[in-house]
Ligand binder design. Structure first.
Ligand SMILES: [Zn+2]
Length: 78
């Protein structure tokens, strides 16, 4: 086993990381909003709606390594 993975489990903020070691706050990580069915419908018409979930994708390795449905994260990405 590798030490990097083991250490990730003890991260004080408990943030998941991609294989590059980037967490959701890294500048190469893009939050992708995921909407409910009706949410997508509204977005299509240019109406801003709140996503149901945020997925964090690394632009370097293209891995979606974390997701969040916490209220503050949703607000941040609306
Ligand atoms: Zn990565």
């Amino acid at each position: 086993m590798n030490d990097i993975q083991a250490n990730t489990n003890f991260d004080k903020l408990n943030l998941k990381k991609c294989r590059d070691g980037f967490d959701r706050n890294h500048h190469l990580v893009t939050p992708q909003a995921e909407y409910s069915g009706i949410g997508w419908f509204l977005v299509t018409f240019g109406i801003t709606t709140r996503p149901v979930k945020i997925k964090y994708k690394c632009r370097k390795c293209n891995e979606i390594f974390d997701e969040s449905s916490a209220k503050e994260d949703l607000d941040k990405n609306t």
